[in-house]
Design a protein around this ligand. Structure first.
Ligand SMILES: *Cc1c(COP(=O)(O)O)cnc(C)c1O
Length: 336
């Protein structure tokens, strides 16, 4: 039996999800005629209190469209140095939008209004225009660290007073809300745009939704098309996303419990030199040689992600059962 802890993206559609896909009502979404895609977009917009939504193939696309739709060349965006936008989107801000990026040195990927304040540039010819602030919640590279509602509110207020657009990369926002015991309604009114991924812990095979004002989403639709992201009978995927939102949100706390149990077991081993605090479903720990420890895990049937020469990441998700966690803790860890 393989225990795949590389990412919460490795989940396969469940029989219930596949049935929802087979039963989906379909149309051509480039013509705006797929009722299932429309239903998903409206459902997400209502959930997060935004005017409109746009279904996209990936979270990279929703983030990059949000940047493109809300900036122009000579603008600058502000992110944390650990952010997905900076690290894992192929430098898309420059490629698609012709903007520059300025990085905050936050605490496990979380920046404060005071840190953002120091990165805002005055209006001189030799500086780009500080335009958009993007935060990530949870922060993947921060070990699934969570911004509290109060921290997001403070950043939102700050962005409003400084006339900065505020974007949330909410690839794992449902993990954050689960950890905070909060609901999407707690985020109403905080952001100009939100990106949510249904292909992570919620278990859909693909799909992210960008949320914003009606005007912003109308423009984003055109940008999605020029990026090649206009899909036809994509209700097939949207149906999987609707199923995921309706059935797989409540169980995210199981993933968090599993991650905490694994973390509590890991600290007992001398080859684990440091463990980032585990708040959600991501476990990042330091070892001497990540590649060789990952290989040992692989030989024992456990797949992990080397995150740097000395960091390993494990992620729990809906295809990781309690018995797999027990096997990992009782049999695999002692054999490393
Ligand atoms: C996964 C992820 C994304 C989007 O990734 P895709 O693979 O393009 O869907 C964006 N932000 C964060 C924080 C992520 O973890």
């Amino acid at each position: 039996m393989m225990i795949d802890l590389r990412s919460d993206t490795v989940t396969k559609p469940s029989p219930g999800m596949l049935k929802a896909m087979m039963d989906a009502e379909l149309g051509d979404d480039v013509f705006g005629e797929d009722p299932t895609v429309r239903k998903l977009e409206e459902m997400c917009a209502a959930l997060f209190g935004m005017e409109a939504g746009l279904f996209c193939p990936s979270g990279t696309m929703t983030n990059q469209i949000a940047i493109k739709a809300q900036t122009q060349p000579l603008d600058e965006i502000i992110c944390d140095k650990l952010s997905h936008i900076y690290n894992y989107e192929t430098g898309g801000w420059a490629f698609h939008s012709g903007v520059s990026i300025r990085l905050a040195d936050g605490e496990r990927g979380r920046m404060t209004a005071a840190q953002v304040n120091e990165l805002i540039l005055p209006d001189y010819d030799w500086y780009p225009n500080s335009r958009l602030v993007a935060i990530e919640n949870t922060v993947n590279k921060g070990g699934g660290s969570v911004y509290s509602i109060a921290e997001m509110q403070a950043l939102s207020r700050f962005c409003r007073t400084r006339n900065l657009t505020f974007h949330l990369d909410g690839a794992r926002i449902f993990n954050a809300l689960t950890a905070l015991k909060a609901t999407p309604a707690d985020l109403h009114g905080l952001f100009d745009s939100l990106s949510i991924c249904i292909s992570k812990g919620l278990g859909a095979p693909a799909g992210s939704v960008l949320l914003g004002s009606a005007t912003m989403i109308k423009r984003s639709r055109k940008i999605r098309k020029v990026m090649g992201g206009g899909m036809r009978q994509s209700g097939l995927l949207a149906a999987a996303c609707i199923y995921a939102l309706e059935n797989n949100r409540a169980r995210l706390s199981d993933d968090h419990d599993n991650a905490r149990r694994i973390a509590e077991a890991l600290v007992d081993y001398p080859w684990v030199k440091r463990l980032l605090p585990v708040e959600t479903n991501i476990i990042i720990f330091e070892v001497e040689d990540a590649a060789s420890i990952a290989e040992k895990f692989a030989n024992l049937g456990v797949r992990t992600s080397p995150f740097s020469p000395t960091l390993l990441r494990m992620v729990t998700h809906l295809d990781v059962s309690l018995s797999m966690v027990n096997t990992l803790i009782q049999q695999v860890l002692p054999a490393i």
